[in-house]
Design a protein around this ligand. Structure first.
Ligand code: HEM
Length: 228
């Protein structure tokens, strides 16, 4: 089992964990987005409620969900250990502003961006996931099946411009985090190659723009619908 200890304690090993958990969470985002886009369907929330009911009761999804929470915690824990190890190694920081070197603002701010995303996730889980699991959400009957009206929970929350605005801003933060994180994960896994690095970078940047933009579209559209 010494390889596990070695992986967890070496900087390279920790970067590999960051990359693998990061890529898993990136994949989760795409699946979560596909489900959430059903909020924009004009069907009174039927599709979204069927989707959330399925997610909450399918045993395989429940197992993946536990893995998802574990990977989120691992990603956060390892990122902080790397941050503090880095700080210890270079307590006074750089003399020359690192902005002059060929690194982007996003790449130098990954810990800050990640911490803002952590705050977003905590508030997000409290607002929806926790309420659906432990709170009182009205029930609806769809196709003869009684289920929680998750659609109403989400739609009503975005009637508040502060909540809608917080989501939209957070998606900007997510975009910057993915902007650097996507290609950086491939680099940490040693998967950079003259032939593919350019392609991975382009896909990463596209992903970092399109996925958060579509997520942001949900509170924008639902808020506009609520005032119009
Ligand atoms: C407009 C944007 C979003 C909406 C409307 C939304 C909605 C929801 C809802 C209703 C749930 C609880 C039901 C379920 O588990 O399917 C949920 C769970 C969750 N959301 Fe979101 N979400 C959004 C964006 C995000 C983003 C950007 C992230 C991550 C950065 C995220 C992370 C999570 C996680 C980790 C869970 C718990 C999933 C699980 O049970 O495994 N969500 N979301």
């Amino acid at each position: 089992m010494s390889w596990i200890t070695n992986t967890l304690t070496s900087t390279v090993g920790r970067k590999v964990i960051m990359a693998l958990t990061g890529l898993f969470l990136t994949l989760f985002l795409a699946v979560h987005l596909a489900g959430n886009l059903q909020l924009l369907k004009n069907d009174g929330g039927e599709s979204f409620n069927i989707y959330t009911q399925f997610m909450a009761h399918n045993p395989l999804i429940q197992a993946i969900s536990k893995g998802n929470f574990f990977f989120i915690l691992l990603h956060i824990y390892v990122s902080f250990t790397l941050y503090f190890r880095n700080k210890k190694a270079r307590p006074v920081g750089y003399k020359v502003a690192p902005g002059n070197v060929s690194s982007s603002w996003a790449s130098r701010s990954m810990t800050l961006l990640g911490t803002l995303i952590l705050i977003f996730i905590l508030l997000h889980l409290r607002g929806y996931w926790y309420v659906l699991k432990f709170g009182h959400v009205p029930m609806v009957t769809v196709n003869g099946v009684e289920m929680h009206d998750a659609y109403r929970l989400v739609v009503e929350s975005y009637q508040n411009p502060l909540i809608a605005g917080f989501y939209i801003l957070s998606m900007g933060v997510l975009a910057f985090h993915l902007w650097h994180g996507f290609s950086s994960a491939f680099q940490s896994l040693g998967l950079s190659h003259v032939k593919y690095t350019g392609f991975i970078k382009v896909v990463g940047k596209l992903y970092a723009i399109v996925v958060p933009a579509l997520f942001a579209l949900i509170p924008i559209m639902l808020y506009l619908k609520s005032i119009g």
